[in-house]
Ligand binder design. Structure first.
Ligand SMILES: Cc1cc2nc3c(=O)[nH]c(=O)nc-3n(C[C@H](O)[C@H](O)[C@H](O)COP(=O)(O)OP(=O)(O)OC[C@H]3O[C@@H](n4cnc5c(N)ncnc54)[C@H](O)[C@@H]3O)c2cc1C
Length: 395
């Protein structure tokens, strides 16, 4: 299929083609709520109270926030949503978004759930990845202790080994099923440990094709250099480097901890520096044979990656470059990129309604800022509703 390199992310007909009038109205209501911080905060507070008092609010959640940002409560329910995305050329990644209790039982349960999500994904041709957060598989305090150079006691050694084996099992599953797997990035104080496990897995599974991807948070001042080092190490050892680039989600937490413990924050001095390194990072990947997933809702970044694909002669339908956005966010970007012939992935979170609440609260906070992509999206939804009204249909 010929690809377009001049893309507008504001082509409303393409962006909202998958939504019926009533679905568009529901989306409008969710964004209208999120765009009002007071209403959004109140909604979160009432939902927490509702679940604490065991009130029957699950149905309301499924019709609103949960329905908008999650695929479903189970793998089977979520795949139905992924099928709809696939109709419009958008691929999916099932993302088990339950934050477990942090005990051995929950680590084992999460591992099995992610393994099952990959088994089901492999039965389709529109779900090419699995995804995992290593803190879902093992104790982050042990990872932190390791990174700080402290010696682990016997119990901790054994617990860490179990975590390593769980990650290995998931990477091996991806390898055997012909899938790929993304390892999410987390807080800087144990990210070195996550990296170590991830590169071990890459050395094992990325020798014939790119299976395992690490994540690089470009809001960290040292991340561009770390990305280049990772590529040198991959070349030296002889495996493909997979890199998901994101700006980074834990900025406030990073600053708070650095201040509390009196060390220099690893975060860039300002947003412009993060944006600059994001652009340089994706260019480094495209230009140097790194397998890239560009995870961003930023329109300029997405335009930049389109330009790089063209400039460096990458086949947009190959697995060299994927774009990625979260389900329920930036559909205008995802659907227009897919329509133009690029490979686009949606993280599709799923899990029991009450258990994905922390995920939903984070999405609410992220989308209730006045500036940025979400308010732009709200404007586009309003314009599409007007357009449909004037046209008398959604065509
Ligand atoms: C598919 C996908 C996967 C993701 N996986 C991960 C993951 O594994 N780990 C993770 O941490 N995050 C992950 N994220 C979240 C991602 O980090 C946030 O979506 C992202 O930070 C929002 O940035 P943006 O690129 O959409 O653009 P923008 O909205 O333009 O950028 C906002 C980001 O810029 C940075 N920023 C803002 N102000 C400043 C400042 N003053 N100084 C320095 N930097 C600043 C912050 O990172 C902030 O989040 C993922 C996102 C997507 C879409």
């Amino acid at each position: 299929m010929p690809v377009k390199t001049q893309i507008s992310f504001h082509n409303l007909k393409v962006a909202f083609a998958s939504k019926s009038d009533s679905e568009l109205k529901k989306t409008y209501l969710v964004f209208a709520m999120l765009n009002n911080k007071l209403v959004s905060d109140l909604g979160i507070a009432l939902t927490k109270i509702g679940f604490a008092l065991k009130l029957p609010i699950k149905g309301i959640m499924k019709q609103t926030m949960f329905g908008h940002f999650c695929g479903g409560e189970t793998i089977a329910e979520s795949i139905e949503d992924c099928q709809i995305l696939a109709k419009y050329g958008v691929e999916s990644i099932l993302d088990y978004s339950v934050e477990g209790k942090g005990d051995e039982e929950s680590f084992a349960k999460t591992t099995e759930e992610i393994r099952l999500s990959m088994v089901e994904s492999a039965k389709t041709d529109f779900m090419p990845f699995g995804v995992v957060k290593v803190t879902g598989l093992g104790d982050y305090e042990i990872m932190t202790k390791l990174q700080s150079g402290l010696k682990l006691n016997q119990d901790e050694e054994e617990a860490f080994e179990r975590c390593r084996l769980r990650l290995d099992l998931l990477c091996q599953t991806a390898h055997e099923l012909g899938l790929k797997i993304l390892i999410d990035a987390e807080e800087s104080w144990f990210q070195d440990t996550v990296d170590k496990l991830t590169y071990e897995a890459m050395a094992k599974y990325n020798t014939e094709r790119c299976v395992v991807y690490n994540t690089f948070q470009m809001y960290r001042a040292d991340m561009l250099a770390r990305l280049k080092d990772a590529k040198s190490e991959a070349d030296r050892t002889g495996y493909f480097l997979g890199a998901k680039l994101v700006r980074g989600a834990y900025m406030e937490k990073e600053a708070e901890r650095a201040e509390e413990l009196g060390y220099k924050s690893p975060i860039q001095p300002n947003k412009a520096a993060t944006d600059r390194d994001y652009d340089l990072g994706v260019e480094f990947c495209v230009a140097n044979g790194v397998y890239l997933v560009s995870g961003s809702h930023n329109e300029a970044s997405n335009h930049w990656v389109v330009k790089l694909i063209d400039q460096y002669g990458i086949d947009p339908q190959s697995d060299r470059v994927f774009f990625a956005q979260l389900y329920g966010m930036s559909d205008t970007i995802s659907f227009n990129l897919a329509d133009a012939g690029y490979r686009v992935l949606k993280y599709v979170p799923y899990g029991p309604v009450e258990k994905v609440m922390p995920y939903l609260i984070r999405r609410a906070a992220e989308n209730s800022s006045i500036a940025g992509q979400s308010s732009r999206e709200f404007e586009l939804i309003k314009r599409e509703m007007k357009r449909r009204k004037a046209a008398g249909s959604n065509q």
